[in-house]
Design a protein around this ligand. Sequence first.
Ligand code: AMP
Ligand code: MG
Length: 330
Amino acid sequence: MRLLRCWLIGILLAPGTGWAEWLHDQQDIMGTEVTVTVWHDQAAAGKEAIAAVMADMRRIDATYSPYIESSELARLNATAAQQPVPISAEFSYLIERSLHYSRLSGGAFDITFASLGWFYDYRGKKKPDAEQRKNLLPAINYKFLTLDPVRHTLAFAHPNVRIDLGGIAKGYAVDRAVEILRRYGITHASVSAGGDSRLLGDRRGRPWLIGIKNPRQRGADDREVVLTMPLSDVAVSTSGDYERFFIDEKTGERVHHIINPKTGRSADSVISVTILGPQGTDTDALSTTLFVLGVEQGLALLEGLPGFDAVIIDAAGKVHYSPGLQPPSP
Ligand code: AMP
Ligand code: MG
């Protein structure tokens, strides 16, 4: 009898067999760090939910990575200038959302930035040469994208167009993650893919703490946080010029991954933009958009979007807040 009791207690205490607890996993996917934290009454089901999220992130990467030759996006880039290419409903949705933000921002957000942007190599410290700029800058224009949202086809109306969903896909991925976690009955979770996070519920009675990193901390792998925001049930995306960059030794210029579609060069009026809003697909696209637009035009655009807020650090290091985040005047 005593033996049986010990055995039963062992089962109840064994990890992964019962007990509500916080579960956490972190993996390198989509060229970034994906982290998932959930609370679940059944640890085994919680682990299954996290595994399902990670599997979906891998699927999104395999489908939309421009670097994977077999991806749907890479194949589309190779042929859409010749004829309309059938795409999935999901792909069509991502293009449609991208075009929405292009129109809204007068082209500051433009997935055809890749026509020239493809020739930047941040690890190899290379940027496009003068010839490439001359030939490919005219191919950056979202108006060259012909989307048939009913038949789900996409065509390029210019021979040199390429697209890249790097400014919206991670935000979409964290939205999907929250949908998946909800299906598993989870009501408290935090998911992040690099600079894009989505919070489901709170931390069981306390808010989640989301930090904005110091964009100019020198020589640090793990940047210090300059501002911490207590948040729940929200999406948060940060775009920074410190994520993927190199310093051009000849000019001293910081060459980074957010491209101003008008010039084909790295946008340089701000150094960090954080957007808060209901969905990651939107906060991700908007963080990139506001990075290109800068403080004044960026905050003006946000005025027409209720439910979204921004924290912008300009090139001089000054922090700007959208009206919704400013403390009430005394
Ligand atoms: P994020 O870190 O969300 O701002 O996204 C940066 C990524 O967005 C880059 O690595 C590019 O893949 C992509 N991107 C860069 N410039 C633009 C732009 N002007 N419009 C849309 N996507 C862009
Ligand atoms: Mg973004």
